[in-house]
Write a protein that binds this ligand. Structure first.
Ligand SMILES: C[S@@+](CC[C@H](N)C(=O)[O-])C[C@H]1O[C@@H](n2cnc3c(N)ncnc32)[C@H](O)[C@@H]1O
Length: 262
């Protein structure tokens, strides 16, 4: 664990799992994971989940796809502990391993993985090209990067409303855009890059989430977070919906392939 304040302490994890499902610190659950994977064949493949959180996505992959090995990495001890416990509960402790890593490091030799999966973790990484270069290094030739992330628009500026939302979130967010990701992936040497915008989907989902935070989930989130923090989270969702509507906050998916001959 690094000597920095944790973005994901136990009560925040419990809050997010109440909203997004066991093991998930990001919206959409297994459906979004399947959409990110798309047509990429994971059968008998060795997969790395970058920023695996509490393991919801990687354990869904373990359940649904006939992979050979799964490795989840994260910089937060709290989430690695939860992911390890969930893997044991689901009897996947042999197939799925977890590793606490240092920020910005992927401690694996080159050409280690057939695919690197990541969901809503790259937002926390300031230097995208540097992490893409690390992912490129650990991927085997012909291997795939398949990812979802929270992004911003391509207009190249940030409005005060967006800044207000980011301040309210208070998390370590560094939002890129689909076209900036396209550029960075190209620069690093990836090919066959595919981009998919998910803003409309998340606008609709986040609106329902806000409604449940105010209604059916309200008692539970007040129990988990306390009244004031629960109210603060409702305000965060209200501010987020404003920027989802304007299109300045726009989640998306992308995939890219390491060339067979580098
Ligand atoms: C929004 S959560 C998503 C977790 C998980 N992928 C999911 O979809 O449930 C982001 C995760 O990225 C992790 N993270 C942040 N910065 C990271 C870094 N530099 N390297 C690896 N993981 C990181 C956080 O600790 C957190 O667990």
């Amino acid at each position: 664990m690094q000597n920095e304040e944790s973005d994901y302490d136990d009560s925040h994890i419990n809050f997010l799992e109440t909203l997004w499902g066991e093991g998930f610190l990001s919206p959409g659950g297994s459906n979004e994971v399947d959409l990110i994977i798309g047509e990429v064949d994971l059968n008998h493949k060795k997969i790395l989940d970058f920023g695996c959180g509490c393991g919801g996505a990687i354990l869904h992959i373990a359940e649904k796809y006939s992979v050979s090995e799964l490795m989840g990495v994260d910089i937060e001890e709290s989430v690695i502990k939860r992911a390890t416990e969930l893997a044991a509960k689901k009897s996947f402790e042999q197939l799925v391993k977890f590793k606490l890593i240092e920020r910005g490091q992927l401690p694996f030799v080159e050409n280690s993985f057939d695919a690197v999966f990541s969901k809503d973790a790259l937002i926390h990484v300031p230097d995208k090209k540097r992490i893409f270069a690390q992912i490129f290094r650990v991927l085997k030739p012909g291997g795939h990067l398949i990812a979802g992330d929270w992004m911003t628009w391509d207009k190249g500026y940030r409005t005060p409303v967006m800044q207000d939302y980011l301040n309210a979130e208070g998390l370590d967010f560094h939002m890129s855009s689909l076209s900036a990701y396209n550029h960075d992936l190209n620069e690093v040497g990836f090919e066959s890059i595919c981009l998919q915008d998910r803003q409309e989907w998340y606008l609709s989902k986040a609106t329902k989430e806000l409604n449940s935070l105010k209604n059916e989930l309200n008692k539970e989130i007040v129990r988990i977070l306390g009244y004031e923090e629960a109210q603060r989270q409702i305000t965060v969702w209200e501010k987020m919906i404003v920027v989802l509507k304007s299109g300045e906050h726009r989640p998306g998916h992308f995939s890219a392939t390491k060339p067979v001959f580098v």
